[in-house]
Design a protein around this ligand. Structure first.
Ligand code: TYD
Ligand code: MG
Length: 464
């Protein structure tokens, strides 16, 4: 006889417990446990035939396995193709996660349009919006292809039948948290439903060789299960991020069975949908202040691309006993370390000063090669001296104040030249093989102290 059992499941990570807990032992999030009913089937007795199957079961030699080349379909949206590792792989399951309202449905519909124009048959299943709403969005995006079929449904058994009948090339599920399977009693959006529905879709995708996109909302309040509980099931996990108030969006691969992770694509949300940002550095640097103390340009690597961003620091007299330090866009502890290095090795004191550090544009970057630039920004703000606007500073700073080598130095310099930077500050160890045109100054430095000579002598002195 089937028996029902009550368990408590964490909506963030899927951790199960027989008792309710305030904090999850798995992911340490608070208030994420919900009650779920599990149907425990009758125990299946071990059969003799099962033992027979063991004997017949045989592994295959790796070298005997023949493969068809993985067939990839380019979506035609360059930024997305790069993140996917060159296009959509047949029969793969792609999870697109992100905050509600960030633009997931918009991205999906644009992928539909692009693939539809490429003669792919697409089935878009929505459990959130009516056909009318999707039509309106389509009109706004200028969707013209007639290869998209829409269907509003939330029951996976019915979806399976429709998919079997239609045999699309691409299936879109918007969103996983609205779908449910009759096989499970818990409500849509709960951990077990989300897992069951994903498993169901995965069987369908692999069986019929349909590439499937699944939208998953990221939630903070824990009312519905987050996409993290199914990251391990799918082939590719993309996260769509960005500040809802800023117009650009970043698409990041955090898992990819068919390509590299760490790639990212940048889009801008405009009134006709998402537009690819082909030159992110120009985009990030547009509108930066010129000749202001505390602002300068650094170079980070995202995926395989160098990206130039503006970093800002403001050091101000503190009226608190404990000076305030605020860091946005990069690692707090790293900045605390740099402040200590500046105090001990560069000889400037910040004991009675608040210090604010920011990577402009809302982008997040954590990379040792930003150290020297971040330090220079803080120093620039303390001494109130601006840095030449056509200078870019890169290098890792160690605890003794030494400047250490960075990765991809050559490609960073190349990109800097393309963007028109005229002075480039680099770790000394990196400059040997790098050639630059005559009008470009390449400065190799060994110690943070050398910023005095190379960077701040040329800056204008400004009165306060
Ligand atoms: P949507 O794709 O519905 O988000 P999600 O599916 O992730 O919840 O995007 C909704 C937001 O995008 C909404 O705030 C309006 C904005 N938007 C634009 O700015 N331009 C557009 O062309 C479209 C379609 C949406
Ligand atoms: Mg949506």
């Amino acid at each position: 006889m089937a028996k029902n059992k009550t368990v408590f499941v964490c909506n963030e990570c899927g951790y199960e417990s027989s008792k309710w807990m305030g904090q999850c032992l798995g992911c340490e999030e608070w208030n994420t446990f919900v009650e779920e009913v599990k149907i425990v089937g009758p125990k299946v007795p071990k059969k003799v035939s099962g033992q027979l199957q063991y004997r017949e079961a045989k592994p295959t030699k790796l070298k005997d396995i023949t493969t068809n080349k993985t067939i990839r379909t380019e979506t035609g949206i360059g930024e997305l193709d790069r993140v996917l590792g060159g296009g959509i792989v047949e029969g793969s399951l792609i999870l697109v996660g992100g905050d509600p309202g960030i633009g997931k449905s918009t991205l999906l519909l644009q992928i539909c349009e692009s693939l539809g124009n490429n003669n792919k048959k697409i089935l878009y299943i929505s459990g959130e919006e009516s056909l009318h709403q999707i039509k309106l969005r389509g009109a706004r995006l200028g969707v013209k292809t007639d290869n998209i079929q829409l269907y509003t449904q939330t029951n996976t058994d019915i979806i399976e039948k429709v998919v079997m009948n239609e045999k699309p090339d691409i299936l879109m599920i918007d969103s996983i948290q609205t779908m449910y399977s009759d096989a499970i009693t818990s409500v849509p959006g709960s951990v077990s439903q989300v897992r069951e529905v994903t498993a169901h879709l995965m069987r369908l995708a692999k069986q019929l060789n349909i590439a499937t996109f699944i939208v998953g909302h990221v939630t903070k309040d824990g009312a519905i299960a987050g996409p993290r509980v199914l990251e391990h099931m799918v082939d590719t996990v993309l996260y769509f991020e960005g500040d809802k108030n800023a117009s650009y969006r970043i698409l990041r691969a955090v898992k990819n069975r068919f390509g590299s992770t760490n790639e990212m694509g940048i889009f801008e949300m405009c009134n006709k949908g998402l537009k690819e940002v082909l030159n992110p550095s120009e985009y990030m640097l547009s509108g930066r202040p010129i000749n202001e103390a505390g602002s300068l340009v650094v170079c980070g690597i995202e995926g395989s691309r160098p990206i130039f961003v503006e970093v800002q620091a403001l050091v101000a007299y503190s009226s608190f006993n404990m000076p305030r330090r605020t860091v946005t866009g990069t690692d707090y502890n790293r900045i605390m370390m740099l402040i200590a290095v500046i105090e001990r090795k560069y000889g400037l004191s910040l004991v009675d000063s608040d210090c604010y550090v920011n990577i402009a544009g809302g982008i997040k970057m954590n990379e040792p090669s930003l150290d020297l630039g971040l330090s220079a920004a803080i120093i620039s703000s303390i001494i109130n001296k601006s840095i030449e606007p056509d200078m870019v500073i890169m290098g890792e700073v160690g605890l003794t104040g030494e400047v250490r080598g960075i990765t991809f130095a050559e490609s960073r310099v190349k990109e800097a030249l393309k963007l028109g930077f005229k002075s480039i500050v680099l770790p000394k160890i990196n400059i040997k093989d790098i050639k630059v045109p005559e009008d470009v100054k390449l400065m190799g430095i060994n110690h943070i102290n050398e910023l005095k000579r190379y960077v701040f002598n040329s800056g204008r002195i400004r009165e306060t």
